[in-house]
Each structure stands twice: as C-alpha cells, then as structure tokens.
Design a protein around this ligand. Sequence first.
Ligand code: ZN
Length: 458
Amino acid sequence: MKLYNTLTGQEDEFVPTDGKTVKMYVCGVTPYSSTHVGHALSYVIFDMLRRYLEHIGYQVKHVQNFTDVDDKIILRAGTEGISEDTLVQRYIDDFFSTMDALNIKRADSYPRATQEIPGIIETIKGLVDKGYAYPAGGGVYFRVNKSEEYGKLSHRTLEGMIAGARIQIDEDKEHPMDFTLWKGAKPGEPSWESPWGPGRPGWHIECTSMSLDQLGDPLDIHGGGQDLVFPHHENEIAQSEAFTGRAPFARYWVHNGLLNLGEDKMSKSLGNLVSAEEALARFTPDTLRLYFLSSHYRSPLNYSDEGAAASEHGMERFYHSLRPSDNTGEALDASAYDARFHTAMDNDLNTPQAIAALFDLAREINRSQEAGRNVNAAQDTLRSLGGVLGLTFQERNINGQNMLLAQPFIQLLLDTRAELRQAKQFELADKIRDGLVDQGIILEDTPQGTEWQHQPRP
Ligand code: ZN
C-alpha cells in the first residue's frame, strides 16, 4: 500500500515497524465549541484509513488527544460564566456524540492534557536538561536554533519561516521562532505547579508527551489536517526527536485537505461554520461519508448542500442494488470489482476510484438481478467493501422506520393502489399516494408500472 508522506514529500510504501501493529496518533480537538463539518471530514478520513488498515490485516492502535486547556477554552468559559471543566465536558460530549453518529470507530484512548501534566513536565525538563529548552519570564521556550533539522516536515527554512510569519516581539525569547513549552500562569487561569513556577503546558508539547507516553516512538502514522503541518507538527517533531535523541519520531505523516465553505477556508475565525449536528440533521451519516470520501483525502473539499444531496442520490443507488433478491440463476462473481477497490485504496487511499468501483458493482448487480441471476454473494461484497469506507447502508429513518425494512411495505401499498385504480376507486388510490408523499416517497407512473424513490428532504 502506498501512502503519501508529508515528511518525504512522496508516496511511500507503507509497512508498520513491527509488520503487524500500526501505531497511529491523530491530533484531536480543543473542546471549546460545537463539532463542525471540518472536524467530521478529518475524522471520517482517519477512520477510513484505520478501517482499511484493519481490513488488510493490520492491528491499529489509535490514540487521539483532547487539548483541554487553552486560551480559547479559558476565554469562552469566562464569557459564559462557567468553569473550564464544565465547558470542556460539554464539548467533549458533543464531539463523541457526533463521532458515534458518523460511525467513526472510537480510538483506543483519548488522553487529556490536564490529566497528563506530570508527564508533560517531565518531557519539558528533559528538553531543558539537554539544552533544547530554556526557562524565561516564568515560561519555558524551545530553542529552534539547536534543532538542526527544524523545518524538515514543512520543507521550510528558519529564514523562510521568519519572512512568512507575523513575528511578535517577545523579549523573553532568544530567537523569534522559539515556541512555548510552558506558559507562566496569569491570575485567575487554571495552573499547575512546575519547576519553573505555576503555569500550563503549550499545545505542541502536549502531543509530544502524550503520543510518546501512550504509543512510544517511532509512531507509524501521525495524522491531522494540513493546517497542522506548520507549526504544530513541525514543533512536535523537533521536541520529540530532541527529547528521545532518536529519529524519526513518526514514520508516515498523513495530512488531510481542508474543508471549504464556498470560497473561504472553513475556520472558526471566519465564523462560517456549519455544525456537524446541522449537517447530520439534513443528511444521513452514510450520505456525509460518501460525500467526504468522493474527493481524494488530500484535496480540499468545497462543502455544499448540493454536493451532499448528490451523494444522497448515490446512496439511493446502493440501496436499490441491495434490495433482497431470491434469484436462483448463475451467481454473479464480484471479484473483479473487489480487486479494483483494493487497487484504488492501495494507491494512497484513492477513495473516488474505490467508490466508482462500488457504483459499477451496484450497476452490475442490478443488471444481473433483472436477468434472474443470483446476486447474493455480490451484494455481500458490496456491503463489506462499503463497510471498509464506514458505510452502514442503513437508510434514512422515516419516522423511526428503516428504509430497507420499509421497502416491502411500500411495494404492498403500490400494488394496492394499482388495484384500486383499476377498480376506479381513485379517491382511495390518491390517498395512498399522498400518504406516501408525506413520508418522502415520490411516485412516478410509467407504462411499465409505478416507480418510486425516496426524495431527500432538505
Ligand atoms: Zn497534536
């Protein structure tokens, strides 16, 4: 399997260190506001990667953190007049309910910065002892000049970084690109005792300390959005490799493209957020996953309701091809589609091509179904490969009913309606049609009979 590695700037053959267990660390959220569609996209992508690795026989040990102490958390808790803990717990709950709704497998562990302070302090101490960090003004800073390979992930030089950065004058720092490992406490902020006085950890050191502690180096995969490459992941590498004295800290750096709303990058500062809850109220989890994975994971995705609605129609095509069948003719062999799916996924997780193979399989199933062939095994293949992408094939609930379960009853109503029309009992026939329309079932009378489809309701 080939996987694009930001560190090497190319697609590398993926082989975990011990040949069977994949140690995967994915940067988590700062829980200070509702989970948005950008988070949903990113974690669906890493869930797809995990499911595929498991599908091809690896065991995945997946760790994802919560940055649960941060300026934004402190600010928001203050605005709302609640404790940081209350705020954080609210949005961690919101995060898990969104992840569960999207059928994203839970990580093996979710370390929280505030619960790992002693380990983080130990890591900072180690860096100070080795001369990679220095205390100043109540805080501790990382000394970028001592890190010879600083910039190797983002492929930038220190000079280039300075030119591109908004440098804040900070008299405590030796070099403008030095970054904070420990922040001295301000009055009223949550803080912990440390050898450098009361304070709290910086963001980057949390991930270094928790990933080394929970997984050990080298990590096989370190993941996150492309917006984390610099400075967050660059700094993680510098800290981790300085601390352990070993490289690489992580072997494959996997970054997903970001979600755009219209022309603008989706970010909280722009205020153009669509909450994941909002998206899930409009579309099924399967529809959203199919939509997200219809683009390659490294490309940006321009999120729109129209795009998601197109994927909803795509899901209808899958449901249609999975309808129960008791044909006894020659069995349809799906192995060619199975092979196409794997070839696509092995090629840096090319989900658009993998999904195209599944649509072609669905079409073949429909054709074979009409020809009286046995499609049961082919349907199982479609279900299982869809499952690798995290699709459940659970249709949208109509008033609590599952669409797949509803299909025979819809057909019964259509047959009854046809008989009523033949008997010229049009009033009763129309009542059935109107009742179905109310449930989102649109009928179309054709010379071959009545066709129906489930109309996505925005
Ligand atoms: Zn991180």
